[in-house]
Design a protein around this ligand. Structure first.
Ligand SMILES: *Cc1c(COP(=O)(O)O)cnc(C)c1O
Length: 463
């Protein structure tokens, strides 16, 4: 760690991708044409794209070099063994199955262990995890601690599992084999990218052992979680990240992973576990739906880049830059008086749009209104996580049921933007905040039956 305040990007740039500059008038036209839905705007008409940190990162020179050495053999390719070694080196897990992305690992796992009458707990299930569990007629329950649900509360490990609630569930179904697995999502993406402490992972495992239930990690952001442990949990401040990661995985029996996050690649995932009995079943479904088990939906070069990405993501300099640059962004917004979710998570900054735009009621989608304002003002793309995404209508009365929170997420792609890009975003947000009273609510013009936020047509109210 450097003694200087400025945390520099720990890389220099050798290949660049131009950003197309646009004017306010251009953006107004693009937004109108897109029916005010940010997903329908072409990526080249975006200046700074903070829609997601999934698969949007930049690979290193070493990863591109590794790709040239990718082995494209159908069966038993060298790149698979390199990838499996890299996964095993960090997780210690025995069986490794590559998949085309994280949700494919989830689908394979839950189609085997799920089923009618079963229940799977998690701190907070990510939406694809919940959907894959429910698709297999299994109940998905969220037991994040109460602190994790209060957006303004500053607490070091808001992703922790509520062990009391978990034990009550285990006790309720004791001896029934109705809980095939317990999951723990590190960091807790749907809860604001908040970390889980080592003590909580250890205690969750202990409880699982007591009731003979395997613990699986949803490990998408395992390295970011490890860095938070190093920063915030006594006893870990002098440990190297790789050892923290190894300890985290030593408490689990398996993991699902989206390599689009902390494996620093643009596509990929894996399912890893120890259970020999599960091996054959997973292998059969893998062959049926993803491909031969030594490539599982990925090219040899993808596996090669993934193996290298796993080595780079646990580097201290990278993680210090990753976490501190996200904190830099969030703390500047706090200074400007913009209400953000606290503390700042690992991969994104979330604005509490309900608090920032109190004149826009939830049924007029304050998060979406802010999202459009940010695009118009500065060409920035962000993502509403509020009533457009999760709001419902009462089946009987048609009354509007708002989401729990009205958030706007600005996710930071890995190694893509520099501090000046982020400074620009901060300046745009400052401007939007100064004129926030002029921001109008929205209404839905046309909406599909499910996952409406991706394709709904919207329009500003009173126009
Ligand atoms: C992204 C993500 C997934 C799903 O992974 P995909 O690669 O998008 O299919 C699952 N869990 C968490 C916590 C995630 O962030």
């Amino acid at each position: 760690m450097t003694k200087f305040k400025t945390v520099i990007e720990p890389f220099k740039i050798k290949m660049v991708e131009p950003i197309k500059m646009t004017t306010y008038a251009d953006r107004k036209k693009f937004l109108d044409t897109a029916h005010h839905n940010i997903f329908s705007i072409k990526a080249e008409d975006i200046l700074i794209d903070l829609l997601t940190d999934s698969g949007t990162g930049a690979m290193s020179a070493a990863q591109w070099a590794a790709m040239m050495e990718g082995d494209e053999s159908y069966a038993g390719c060298r790149s698979f063994f390199k990838m499996a070694d890299a996964v095993r080196d960090l997780t210690g897990l025995k069986h490794i199955f590559p998949t085309h992305q994280g949700r494919a690992a989830e689908r394979i796992l839950f189609s085997i262990i799920g089923g009618e009458g079963k229940v799977i707990p998690n701190n907070t299930h990510f939406d694809t995890t919940r959907a894959n569990i429910e698709y297999n007629k299994t109940e998905a329950v969220d037991y994040v601690i109460a602190e994790g649900k209060d957006p303004s509360l500053d607490y070091p490990f808001k992703g922790n599992m509520d062990l009391k609630k978990l034990e009550e569930l285990f006790e309720k179904y004791k001896g029934t084999k109705r809980i095939p697995v317990c999951m723990l999502t590190i960091t807790n993406n749907s809860g604001g990218g908040q970390p889980v402490s080592m003590a909580n992972i250890r205690a969750t495992k202990k409880l699982c052992d007591k009731y003979n239930i395997p613990l699986f990690l949803d490990a998408c952001r395992f390295a970011e979680n490890a860095y938070f442990i190093k920063l915030r949990e006594p006893g870990y401040e002098n440990m190297i990240i790789k050892d923290i990661v190894k300890e985290m995985f030593s408490y689990c029996d398996g993991a699902t992973m989206s390599s689009k996050k902390d494996a620093l690649v643009n596509m990929g995932g894996f399912l890893a576990f120890n259970d020999d009995k599960l091996f054959t079943e997973v292998q059969n479904i893998e062959i049926l739906t993803e491909g031969f088990p030594t490539y599982g939906g990925l090219s040899g070069r993808d596996l090669a880049a993934l193996a290298q990405g796993l080595r780079e993501v646990v580097e201290e300099d990278y993680l210090e830059y990753r976490i501190k640059s996200t904190q830099y962004f969030g703390h500047k917004l706090i200074k400007l008086g913009i209400p953000v979710l606290k503390p700042i998570g690992g991969h994104a900054v979330y604005i509490d749009a309900k608090a920032m735009l109190p004149h826009i009621p939830p049924e007029q989608f304050p998060g979406h209104a802010l999202c459009c304002a940010l695009y118009l003002e500065g060409g920035i793309r962000s993502c509403e996580i509020g009533s457009l995404m999760f709001g419902k209508e009462d089946a009987q009365t048609g009354a509007f049921i708002p989401a729990q929170m009205e958030l706007l997420r600005m996710a930071i792609p890995r190694r893509v933007y520099t501090q000046s890009h982020i400074d620009y975003v901060i300046e745009v947000l400052d401007e939007v905040n100064k004129n926030k009273n002029k921001i109008k609510g929205y209404e839905i013009v046309e909406s599909p039956p499910f996952l409406r936020h991706f394709s709904a047509k919207m329009r500003p109210k009173n126009i």
